[in-house]
Design a protein around this ligand. Structure first.
Ligand code: ACO
Length: 327
């Protein structure tokens, strides 16, 4: 018995914000953004659209591809840093919108590593609990609502969107998780955080006046930690499994910055052709990025049944990890 990805879907809002648009908003340039990040444009959700709305569209597309109904889903997980509400969870909005009447579900908070963490749960649940048939994992973010559009250090980096992945048990023993390597380190929580809005600093006029409801990030520190952590996690899953980097069909890194992706690829010795990149189109969509990539890779035929894929991410927490899968 194995576990297979049976369907994927994604959604990005229609509105595109280009680097040229940003030039008119803050002191930046298309050239600076492209050279330092690889980002050309990002999608921005309209005010009335939430992370849960985007996740629901992505989930419906994944169900359609899998040939399943909402009622076939046993578990709904939504990885997000921008939930619709503190409570109820965003998973309940997705459950309602797709008619997942037989599911339980919850949100998962691991910033950009959300899909890597969610996959760990999905593979474990499906391998150990026969009563769960299909698990729906969504990564969804409306980062535009926690972005300070006057701060050039951060506003050029982020975008909105959602992806969905459905996993199910299959007869094929080869399909499934080959190795995983997950980490959490709270010693660097200040370098990347949303300072207010939680129980540490509840929202007040003062927190809003100080802009504490926006993403705060020390870019350079994050960059260095991300490269080392992501390369380390990749090396760990490859050495644990005995799989050669050359045998990996596709490496799908979290899409934060093209320079981070290139530095990781170089350190683990994979070719440019093996690395999936779409950061130029969407910017950093945090928990959504890997599931959007997976959907694009399956639909374009870059990933096919039986291929080995290496997923790797790094985010606030710090959270990081890698998943080596045969899909
Ligand atoms: N346009 C023009 N100039 C800018 C901009 C901008 N948008 N932003 C910063 N600069 C300036 C800085 O002010 C600085 O100027 P100075 O030298 O006069 O002080 C100069 O450019 C260089 O700034 P650095 O921060 O050193 O630039 P760097 O090459 O490090 O790139 C970046 C910055 C893109 C943010 C990079 O550090 C990065 O990608 N970091 C990682 C981000 C990341 O991975 N986040 C991941 C997780 S996100 C999550 O979990 C939600």
């Amino acid at each position: 018995m194995g576990v297979r990805i049976v369907g994927t879907g994604s959604y990005v809002p229609e509105k595109i914000l280009t680097n040229l648009d940003l030039q008119n908003m803050v002191d930046t340039s298309d050239e600076w953004i492209k050279v330092r990040t690889g980002i050309v444009e990002r999608h921005i959700a309209p005010p009335e659209m939430s992370s849960g709305d985007m996740a629901s569209i992505a989930a419906k597309r994944a169900l359609e591809l899998a040939g399943l109904e909402g009622s076939d889903i046993s578990v709904v997980v939504v990885a997000t840093t921008t939930p619709d509400h503190t409570f109820p969870n965003t998973a309940s909005a997705v459950q309602r919108n797709i008619g997942a009447d037989n599911a339980f579900g919850f949100d998962l908070s691991a910033a950009c590593s959300g899909m890597i963490y969610s996959l760990e749960l999905a593979y474990s649940l499906l391998m150990q609990q026969k009563k769960y048939r299909y698990v729906l994992l969504c990564g969804a973010e409306k980062l535009s609502c926690i972005t300070n559009w006057n701060d050039r250090n951060t506003c050029v980096l982020f975008g909105d969107g959602a992806g969905a992945v459905i996993l199910g048990r299959c007869d094929d023993d080869d399909s499934g998780q080959i190795a995983s390597d997950l980490h959490l380190d709270g010693n660097y929580s200040e370098i990347l955080q949303l300072p207010a809005g939680g129980s540490r600093n509840p929202t007040s006029h003062e927190t809003v006046d100080k802009g504490m409801h926006y993403i705060h990030m020390l870019g350079k520190e994050t960059f260095k930690l991300a490269v080392n952590a992501m390369a380390g996690a990749c090396r760990n899953v490859l050495s644990e499994s005995g799989v050669n980097a050359a045998d990996v069909k596709l490496v799908i890194p979290h899409q934060a910055n093209k320079r981070i992706i290139e530095a990781v690829a170089q350190r683990i010795d994979v070719s440019t052709e093996q690395v999936f990149v779409n950061v130029h189109k969407y910017g950093n969509t945090s928990a959504a990025s890997i599931s959007i990539c997976l959907d694009e890779a399956f639909r374009s035929g870059q990933l096919q049944k039986g291929d080995i894929v290496l997923l790797v991410a790094f985010g606030s927490g710090l959270t990081w990890g890698a998943q080596l899968l045969r899909v």
